[in-house]
Every structure is written in structure tokens, then in C-alpha cells.
Design a protein around this ligand. Structure first.
Ligand SMILES: *[C@@H]1O[C@H](CO)[C@@H](O)[C@H](O)[C@H]1NC(C)=O
Ligand SMILES: *[C@@H]1O[C@H](CO)[C@@H](O)[C@H](O)[C@H]1NC(C)=O
Ligand SMILES: *[C@@H]1O[C@H](CO)[C@@H](O)[C@H](O)[C@H]1NC(C)=O
Ligand SMILES: *[C@@H]1O[C@H](CO)[C@@H](O)[C@H](O)[C@H]1NC(C)=O
Length: 268
């Protein structure tokens, strides 16, 4: 091999080693950011005054010596702490006293989901769930938002269909549609309770024996009801959809980045 050939040969080797080192660095970075702790919903919307479950669990299901800490950003004191097989609540924030619990049967399988009772607006914010055990551990962040929402009930009187929903916050808007999704002209009135929870009443003149859609929505929650008027009877069916948070976009972006790195790895 000529001197030039040797130089090229060794430079190529050096280059390949450098590339491999960079790729390994990237991969270890990508995997270290993937925690063994997951949540089935990292952006839940809780109904004010009701109970909500903040989901947090370990990927591995057989665990021993589980300890769990739930914290909330900007709060001194913990939301909940579980250690050495028991609740450890001496430094629990007064905001959460008597309103939180974990499930002991679930903990045995690495499930540290937190039940939060009687949700208040001040419960909104960023929560961190940390789990450690002999085998694995990690943290997950959960962004909790609050709203008030109830499905409407329908009544029919003098060819006027009335939808009434008792609790909404923030103030929603109401849209009536027919099955062809044409907007119909309804008349909506609101009344606010002292704590700013709105009661919603909306009326629609109707042609007997037909199906109408009533949508009540704000920026967080949308309730879609189908009301079928037959003679003097109304049958109804409702479901809720919840707005996704921007953190979802972030996690999608993260997985794309990871896939990108894996592609580079496969190409080499
Ligand atoms: C965790 O436990 C809670 C309470 O028992 C349950 O509702 C939830 O489905 C469990 N989650 C998983 C992923 O097992
Ligand atoms: C809407 O309903 C309110 C209360 O029932 C009533 O005062 C108002 O006149 C109605 N408006 C229209 C446009 O029908
Ligand atoms: C009721 O029927 C009339 C005539 O077919 C139509 O013009 C009107 O838009 C209908 N009203 C509703 C609320 O569907
Ligand atoms: C009703 O509210 C939703 C959510 O805030 C908004 O996207 C929509 O444009 C509103 N619709 C009307 C008819 O005002």
C-alpha cells in the first residue's frame, strides 16, 4: 500500500470511529430521556367539584420496594408521598390534606396513580410523579387543567325543544345542528352562580319527529348531544371530547427525533 493509500485508509477508519461515537452518544441521550414511568393521560381535564385520577405507572409490572412522590410545581410540601410500604404525609401541603390517595393493590404492580378528590381550580398546574423501586424508576410530568361540564337534559313542550345543562366553566357557546350539519337558530341564556359556574338553557323550535344535535363547548371541553324528537318524547345521547394540550405536540416531536436518530443508525 502506498503512503497516500495508508493515510486515506487510516483517515477513513478514524472518521468511521468518530461517527460511531457520535451516534452512540446520540442514542444514549435519546434513551436516557425515555423514562420507565408512563401516564395514560399527561394532560387531563378534571371536572370541578368531582374526583379525578392522575395516571402514573411503571412500565415493569413486577416490582418490590416501591416508593412514590407526587409533587406540584411551585408548591412547598408534597402532594403525596409513599415510602417503606406506607403513606408518608408529614410534609404534605395543606392544599391536599385529606383529598388524595394511592391504591395499595395497584402499587404492588407499579401503578402509582393518584386519586384527587373534590377538584378545585387551584389544583391546576404541573404535577410530577416519581416512582422508584428495586428494578426501575423514573418520573412523568402531568399538566392538570380544570373545567366544569355536564351533559344537557332535553325537554319538549309546545314544539320547542329545550336543552338544560347545569354546570359549565369557562362560559361555553351552544350550537344547534340538524343531521345534515346545517346550523339552526336556537336561543341560549346563561345564568352564573356566585362561583362563576354557568347554567346553560337553550331552546329550539322543532319539527316533530326529527333528530337534532346540540353542541355545548368552550376551549377545553365539548359536549355533543343527539336528541331525537318522536311525538311528545325525546331520546338523547351525549358524549364529551377534551382539548389536547400543547405538551402532546412536544411528545410527538420527541418521538420523531428519536426515530430520526434510529434511521441514521440503520443507514450505517
Ligand atoms: C392504576 O390504578 C388505578 C386505580 O386502581 C386504575 O384505575 C388504573 O386503570 C390503573 N392503571 C393501570 C395502567 O393499570
Ligand atoms: C330568548 O329567550 C329569552 C328567555 O327565554 C327571551 O327573553 C328572548 O326574547 C328570546 N330571544 C329570542 C330571539 O327568541
Ligand atoms: C321545519 O320544517 C320547515 C319546513 O320544512 C323548515 O323550513 C324549517 O327549517 C324546519 N325547522 C327546523 C328547526 O328544522
Ligand atoms: C365556540 O367555542 C369554541 C371554543 O372556544 C370555538 O372554537 C368556536 O368557534 C365557538 N363557536 C361559536 C359559534 O362561537
Amino acid at each position: 500500500m502506498s503512503v497516500l493509500g495508508k493515510i486515506i485508509f487510516y483517515s477513513m477508519i478514524a472518521l468511521i470511529i468518530t461517527f460511531l461515537a457520535i451516534i452512540i452518544l446520540f442514542l444514549s441521550f435519546a434513551f436516557s430521556s425515555l423514562s420507565a414511568v408512563l401516564s395514560s393521560n399527561t394532560a387531563p381535564i378534571a371536572n370541578l367539584g368531582q374526583d379525578t385520577l392522575l395516571s402514573c405507572y411503571l412500565l415493569t409490572q413486577t416490582v418490590t420496594k416501591v416508593s412514590v412522590t407526587w409533587e406540584k410545581k411551585g408548591l412547598s410540601g408534597v402532594v403525596y408521598k409513599y415510602n417503606n410500604g406506607a403513606a408518608s404525609l408529614q410534609d404534605q401541603s395543606s392544599q391536599f390534606k385529606g383529598r388524595t390517595q394511592l391504591f395499595s393493590e395497584a402499587l404492588a404492580t407499579g401503578n402509582a396513580s393518584l386519586l384527587l378528590r373534590n377538584v378545585k381550580q387551584s389544583d391546576e398546574g404541573e404535577y410530577t410523579c416519581s416512582i422508584s423501586s428495586t428494578k426501575s424508576g423514573g418520573t412523568v410530568n402531568i399538566h392538570l387543567r380544570t373545567a366544569a361540564f355536564t351533559a344537557p337534559t332535553f325537554t319538549l313542550s309546545n314544539s320547542v325543544l329545550t336543552a338544560h345543562a347545569s354546570r359549565w366553566f369557562p362560559k361555553p357557546n351552544v350550537t344547534w345542528l340538524n343531521l345534515d350539519e346545517e346550523v339552526l337558530r336556537g336561543n341560549t341564556t346563561f345564568s352564573a352562580s356566585p362561583n362563576k359556574i354557568y347554567s346553560v338553557t337553550s331552546t329550539l323550535p322543532v319539527n316533530i319527529t326529527d333528530t337534532y344535535i346540540c353542541r355545548i363547548e368552550n376551549n377545553l371541553v365539548s359536549s355533543v348531544s343527539t336528541a331525537t324528537v318522536t311525538g311528545s318524547a325525546v331520546s338523547e345521547d351525549s358524549y364529551f371530547t377534551f382539548s389536547a394540550a400543547s405538551s402532546l405536540l412536544v411528545s410527538v416531536h420527541l418521538s420523531i427525533t428519536t426515530t430520526g436518530v434510529l434511521c441514521i443508525y440503520n443507514l450505517t
